[in-house]
Ligand binder design. Structure first.
Ligand code: ADP
Length: 314
């Protein structure tokens, strides 16, 4: 086993805040998805903790971050299970609210034998997290190095988080997922990290070649973020910081299930950027995290730990 790569300026536990969704995925396996009006029997059903916010919090915690989750669960049976899952990953949940008379965020994921799926997302308590809640929780941002946000909570809530982080001098990473039209103020971040379809949903155009990715990264940068990292799956990541544009390649893996590759990437960028101060170095390392996640099945179960990422780098 190789020794971990460390950097002279690296601090032991970067402090990462994650403002985002917390969901329970109900994964239903059946031979064939039902057509409208049809009833089918399932072979199995499993409860799998998910939600982009929670996934990224778990990713950052496994990468060695001291992580605080800012979010909202419901007062149904899933709420406590979702909190316990985060607590098991040593994530600080003191800023996770419980909405009364409200269901937790749910995703009903039906998967048929062919691998085809159909997903219904119920935002539930995630939609209850308001800008006022964030303003009341301002102290949750104060002592952090990096805030991570995504778009599975309402945009005014995300904006309140970005503004609170800015006031506290905290770096902000926006993963604009799922693909959406964004209000202009949301671009006032230190890094935006869309995948290919999210990037084109924002600035339009087609992204096929590496040249397209470079062009789209520049168009995204013109919207306001200090840096842009477009994740290009097996091709790696296109990084543009306003001065240098560069494709940072990933490693070759046998991709089994790319679910949560982007979440593994985002969590790793946050931790490594906070630890080293080098965005380029953080993205190199995060590419490895994304590749490892793509080489394993599932969402949270596939998120790699720091030592595994370090081993993949040698
Ligand atoms: P998302 O899951 O958001 O669509 P991507 O699929 O682009 O995000 O993956 C995020 C990062 O993970 C990529 O930039 C890349 O570094 C790494 N990655 C993902 N899939 C692979 C793969 N098949 N081979 C190598 N690296 C991968």
């Amino acid at each position: 086993m190789s020794s971990p790569v460390t950097t002279t300026h690296e601090r032991s536990k970067p402090k990462i805040a994650v403002l985002g969704s917390i969901n329970m995925d109900l994964v239903i396996r059946c031979d064939q998805l039902p057509r409208p009006g049809e009833t089918v029997s399932a072979r199995s059903m499993s409860e799998v903790p998910g939600g982009k916010g929670a996934n990224q919090a778990v990713a950052a915690a496994r990468c060695g971050g001291a992580v605080r989750m800012i979010g909202c669960v419901g007062d149904d049976g899933f709420g406590q299970k979702l909190l316990n899952n985060l607590l098991n990953e040593s994530i600080d949940c003191s800023a996770v609210l419980t909405a009364q008379a409200c269901e937790s965020g749910l995703a009903i994921v039906s998967v048929e034998n062919s691998g085809e799926n159909a997903i219904i997302v119920i935002p539930g308590a995630n939609a209850r997290l308001s800008a006022e809640d964030i303003q009341r929780a301002e102290s949750a941002f104060a002592d952090c190095d990096v805030l991570m946000v995504q778009l599975e909570t309402p945009q005014p809530t995300v904006l309140a988080g970005i503004q609170a982080a800015k006031r506290a001098g905290v770096k902000v990473i926006l993963d604009p997922a799922p693909a959406a039209t964004l209000s202009d103020e949301l671009f006032d971040v230190d890094l935006i990290c869309p995948n290919e379809s999210e990037a084109t949903a924002i600035v339009g155009g087609r992204l096929e070649s590496i040249e397209d990715a470079a062009e789209i990264a520049k168009r995204l940068h013109a919207k306001g973020p200090a840096a842009v990292a477009i994740t290009l799956a097996a091709r790696g990541t296109m990084l543009y910081d306003g001065a240098t544009i560069e494709l940072i390649p990933s490693i070759k893996v046998d991709a089994v299930d790319t679910t949560a590759a982007g979440d593994a990437f985002a969590g790793a960028v946050a931790v490594r950027w906070a630890a080293t101060g080098s965005l380029r170095q953080a993205i190199q390392w995060a590419n490895l995290a994304g590749a490892l996640a793509a080489s394993r099945a599932g969402a949270q179960p596939s998120l790699p730990a720091r030592q595994q990422i370090d081993s993949a780098s040698s």
